[in-house]
Design a protein around this ligand. Structure first.
Ligand code: BES
Ligand code: ZN
Length: 634
């Protein structure tokens, strides 16, 4: 175990006191050994918890996984830290049935459930008798719990066993664990989980590599994490080692393909450590989930959850692993204090992801990825309400999911790249290394970050500081004029070929032999206006897009097929929408379909068939696009 107790280093402590940004929040252990304190640095509009009064230090879960009833049944013991005079513990819950709340001797503790809000759920307020610092909540989850997806055997590769996985980010942990569901509170955890004996259980913790004959698994996570990183997966999975501290879990039908695809994982860990300091979580494993997983990846500590749609067969989609691995520093170590600061998680991670990709595959390769990201950002900015194009978001009263746009990811990335390019890579890297180290296991607000940046680099250079336009990047719309330029000669050549194709060049004459996924995506994205039926047919004949096994390319091709009403691809489009549930692919396709009345009809028909297979997270998004309401059917 490499982890150390996160003491605030004296030097940093002084710096924080001297800085104007100290009104932000952090949880710290007093070096004098006195009681820990919780200073709230920012209000979290998405949590009922009031951690200044009492906060969770450790969670002990005991859960039975009941596939028949689609329920988790068990208890959560919460070990607390309290401030003197604390009289209640405030927890977040959503759709949980609370059977009892008990004190350390098993005595019943009075509790009250608040009124339910559709996004936030209900507050669970527990009365704390004096000196009580541990409470146990006995509870059952709802079959429709937002974080849980219960899969029928038919939705797995093996087809024989059911599967369950969680998705806690952003505020769904509360649908399976009563907790302080705010990224500002961190706790360690242990768990006992009972599952049907044919299945393996895995968590964002120290994990088994073999099945347990009894179906009982125990877990420990000794590093403190925020609730959104709580994770559980249960299914028939096998393990393959990738390197000394990395490996992959997947269904037996998929696991060897996954191990081949992710062969570079161990080198990525080494590259990441070289950049920003030691990997602090011991092991880095990935589980490839069934295709209904609603995201590309989720950075659950020690065990990234990933979609099988990145198994392209040519290792071309490894950026996703670089991304989730990078979160082991940006996000999991230094954590956004609220979802308004989401760019601190994702923008930093995209920046770090690019640095890993550049280290492994070279600058030219990474510039292709950067250009695709910038183009997608420019498009998205056109469609977003202005306020949602600031880096520092205002998501109060809304689902924090609304903040999951290219702004947090790509505008965040380009802001940091601008800082790198202006300050010089060496100074910037040194700053980042110290930043991850000094604020490890703490939460960070946008203001606090800007304070650290100012104190450590900018203060002695006021003119340079003013030239960066920081205020415009963080609290202003769109992309400021000093956004870095991306240079990709490879993709410039591709644009050229796309233009020539539009001017009549025969696709057979385009030199595509060495094109990667990224060249193809750029090629397809070069066509702004719908292609004619003849052009679509020509491209399809030359490149077999309709039958491609590459999910990214198929997605972009299907967008063209919808726009051009290219019927030969309709079957592939339908299959793609039914057989996988990654929201990044579903959303644009359903949206594009919904642009015309006939398209909307087709979208509804496909959705009717596909909806049951999607995770609640994807259902929520697509319901809105096609106007689906559960009571009426579509
Ligand atoms: N942490 C995110 C996923 C997430 C964000 C889930 C907000 C719920 C709420 C993860 O790291 C992520 O960004 N995934 C991306 C892939 C990445 C390569 C950009 C995804 O799933 O598309
Ligand atoms: Zn991410």
């Amino acid at each position: 175990m490499h982890w150390r107790t996160p003491l605030v280093r004296p030097a940093v402590w002084l710096l924080a006191i001297a800085s104007p940004w100290t009104f932000l929040a952090c949880q710290s252990t007093d070096p004098s050994g006195k009681a820990p304190t919780m200073t709230l640095l920012a209000e979290d509009p998405h949590s009922y918890s009031q951690p200044q009064e009492a906060w969770i230090r450790h969670l002990s879960l005991d859960l039975n996984v009941d596939f028949e009833q689609r329920q988790l049944v068990g208890s959560a013991r919460l070990d607390l830290e309290t401030t003197p005079g604390a009289s209640s513990l405030h927890l977040d819950t959503r759709d949980l049935t609370i059977r009892a709340v008990r004190g350390p001797e098993g005595e019943a503790l009075p509790f009250k459930m608040g009124t339910a809000d559709p996004h936030l759920g209900s507050e669970l307020k527990i009365s704390l008798p004096p000196h009580v610092t541990s409470v146990t909540v006995d509870y059952t989850t709802a079959p429709e719990a937002g974080a849980l997806q219960w899969l029928e055997p038919s939705q797995t590769a093996g087809g024989k066993h059911p599967f369950l996985f969680t998705q806690s980010q952003a505020i769904l942990a509360r649908t399976w664990v009563p907790c302080q569901d705010t990224p500002a509170v961190r706790f360690t955890y242990d768990a006992t989980v009972r599952v049907p004996p044919a299945l393996m259980a895995l968590m964002s913790a120290e994990n088994p590599t073999e099945r347990s004959a009894s179906g009982e698994y125990t877990f420990r996570m000794d590093q403190p994490i925020p609730s959104y990183l709580l994770a559980l997966a249960v299914g028939e999975v096998e393990f393959r080692a990738l390197g000394p501290r990395s490996g992959v879990y997947a269904e037996p039908e998929v696991v060897d393909k996954a191990a081949w695809e992710f062969a570079d994982t161990e080198s990525m860990i080494a590259a990441a450590e070289e950049l920003y300091g030691p990997y602090r979580w011991d092991r880095y494993d990935v589980i490839v989930l069934p295709p209904s997983f609603p995201f590309g990846g989720m950075e659950n500590p020690r065990l990234t959850f990933a979609t099988p749609t990145i198994l392209a067969g040519d290792r071309s989609l490894m950026a996703l692993i670089a991304h989730e691995l990078a979160h082991s520093w940006s996000g999991n170590l230094v954590t956004n204090a609220t979802w308004n600061d989401f760019w601190l998680n994702e923008g930093f991670t995209v920046y770090f992801e690019h640095r890993i990709m550049e280290a492994l595959y070279g600058r030219d390769y990474d510039e292709m990825l950067a250009l695709l990201g910038q183009q997608s950002l420019r498009k998205e900015i056109e469609d977003l309400p202005t306020r949602d194009t600031w880096l520092h978001l205002d998501l109060a009263g809304r689902d924090p999911d609304d903040g999951m746009t290219d702004v947090a990811y790509e505008k965040g990335y380009f802001f940091l790249r601008m800082l790198e390019e202006t300050l010089g890579r060496e100074a910037w890297d040194e700053f980042l290394r110290a930043y991850f180290d000094d604020y490890a296991f703490q939460s960070m607000t946008t203001e606090r970050f800007l304070g650290v940046l100012s104190d450590r680099i900018l203060a002695p250079h006021p003119e340079l500081a003013a030239s960066l336009n920081i205020e415009e990047w963080v609290h202003g719309p769109g992309l400021p004029a000093n956004c870095p330029q991306v240079h990709s000669t490879a993709l410039r050549d591709v644009s050229q070929e796309a233009e020539e194709f539009l001017a009549g060049k025969n696709p057979q004459e385009i030199p595509t032999k060495d094109w990667s996924t990224h060249h193809w995506l750029h090629f397809l994205r070069s066509f702004e206006h719908p292609l004619s039926a003849e052009q679509m047919a020509q491209l399809d004949a030359a490149y077999k897009f309709t039958s491609t096994g590459n999910s990214e390319i198929l997605h972009d091709w299907c967008l063209h097929a919808i726009a051009s009403q290219y019927e030969p691809a309709y079957g592939a489009l339908r299959d793609f929408l039914v057989r996988q549930g990654r929201r990044k692919f579903l959303k644009p396709l359903y949206k594009k379909l919904a642009e015309t009345p006939e398209g909307l009809q087709r979208a509804k028909a496909i959705y009717e068939e596909a909806r049951d297979g999607y995770h609640p997270v994807s259902q929520l998004t697509i319901d809105e696009i096609v106007g689906y309401s559960a009571e009426q059917g579509s």
